[in-house]
Design a protein around this ligand. Structure first.
Ligand code: SAH
Ligand code: SF4
Length: 353
């Protein structure tokens, strides 16, 4: 069975024409409108029953379901989504003054194996399709009372389970689908893609002519330190990574955002100075993140020792003195398995018991 959300309006038109002869031209548009409200085929009241039955035979209309919802004291909602093959991924909905931001997953698991991250522990199960990523947004939008005409989700970040640039084609297709004027019509300016730094694909992305924000999980300022916590540092040096980031910036003129977990090894004065040096010529912002409980203990990997509160605040001062824009991220939803992959993993572990 195919996922109907993988189709653009144009592709849906073509598919329907092959499916039924003499189909009125407006049918595809009607179905597409329902889909953007995440309605099931049976809810599409202006579509003839016969056609609905045909669609049901060929396509999956609810590729993403909300399996569990956790609501944090601060209002953050965390979702465990189930996919049609039984795999699970996570999403997080955060309320800000300017609107609702949904964090979605791009892969079931991840093969990048960053030491601090729960998603990577069991490796990659599979990629999500473009339509599944879109459906993560549509299912939550519907769940909180939104429609296509009255969107309750205003911003999307690709920061859940998975490495978006390791699922390149589907992710780019998803960005085009979700920002399609005839579809959900989310502005590309309101989409952020977070990557651990696949330099070659950052360069490719720069040439796609998209207006999204690129977010880089930097986490260290020397290759030596980065290799201790991120395997990807063995594939791409900081020099190669920053060459790609600068290319992206030149092409798009979009401000780059860096994610930086506050560890004891990476919050020295020299680190602040190196950030300034590495980022020369860029317009950028640093997001400092207090590290969430890690899957590997500090004993196993001493590089994961968190920065003390004082060291972290001195680091922020150092950055400020160097004229670097930096904020410490609000730790939203820390009472509901906040960090990437923790919820999915705790569910997998419970299933095993
Ligand atoms: N694969 C992409 C996007 C998903 S991870 C990437 O790595 O950027 C999203 C963010 O969560 C990354 O910045 C990642 O470094 C961060 N993260 C993962 N585990 C974390 C933890 N235990 N504490 C704090 N941040 C974490
Ligand atoms: Fe994958 Fe991102 Fe987790 Fe690293 S931090 S293992 S790239 S999901």
């Amino acid at each position: 069975m195919k996922i109907i959300y993988d189709l653009s309006l144009k592709e849906l038109k073509e598919e329907l024409e092959n499916l039924i002869q003499k189909m009125p031209r407006f049918r595809a548009g009607q179905i597409f409108a329902w889909l953007n409200d995440y309605k099931q085929f049976d809810e599409m009241t202006n579509i003839p029953t016969e056609l609905r039955e045909l669609l049901k035979e060929k396509y999956i209309d609810q590729p993403v379901k909300i399996e569990k919802e956790f609501i944090s004291k601060d209002g953050t909602r965390k979702y465990l989504f189930s996919l049609s093959d039984g795999n699970t991924v996570e999403g997080v909905l955060m309320e800000y003054k300017y609107g609702n931001t949904l964090c979605i997953s791009t892969q079931c698991g991840c093969r990048m194996g960053c030491a601090f991250c729960a998603t990577g522990i069991d490796g990659l199960a599979r990629n999500l399709t473009a339509g599944e990523m879109l459906a993560e947004i549509l299912v939550v939008n519907r769940h909180i009372g939104g429609t296509k005409a009255d969107r309750k989700i205003t911003n999307v970040v690709l920061m859940g389970c998975g490495e978006p640039l390791d699922n390149y084609d589907n992710v780019v297709k998803f960005i085009r689908l979700v920002s399609d004027k005839e579809g959900f019509n989310l502005s590309q300016r309101n989409i952020s893609l977070s990557t651990c730094g696949l330099a070659d694909n950052i360069k490719r992305l720069a040439d796609e002519n998209l207006a999204i924000t690129l977010t880089i999980s930097l986490h260290a300022t020397t290759d030596e330190k980065r290799k201790k916590i991120m395997k990807i540092a063995n594939a791409y040096s900081l020099k190669e990574l920053f060459f790609a980031i600068k290319y992206y910036f030149e092409k798009t003129k979009r401000r780059i955002v860096f994610e930086y977990i506050e560890l004891d090894i990476n919050t020295n004065k020299e680190d602040a100075e190196r950030i300034k040096e590495l980022c020369k010529g860029l317009s950028y912002h640093m997001n400092l993140i207090p590290i969430n409980t890690t899957p590997h203990s500090e004993k196993e990997n001493p590089a994961l020792k968190p920065a003390s509160k004082q060291k972290a605040s001195e680091f922020w001062e150092n950055l400020k003195e160097l004229g670097i824009s930096a904020t410490t991220r609000r730790t939203l939803g820390s009472d509901i398995a906040g960090a990437c992959g923790q919820l999915r993993r705790s569910t997998i572990l419970n299933q095993d018991k």
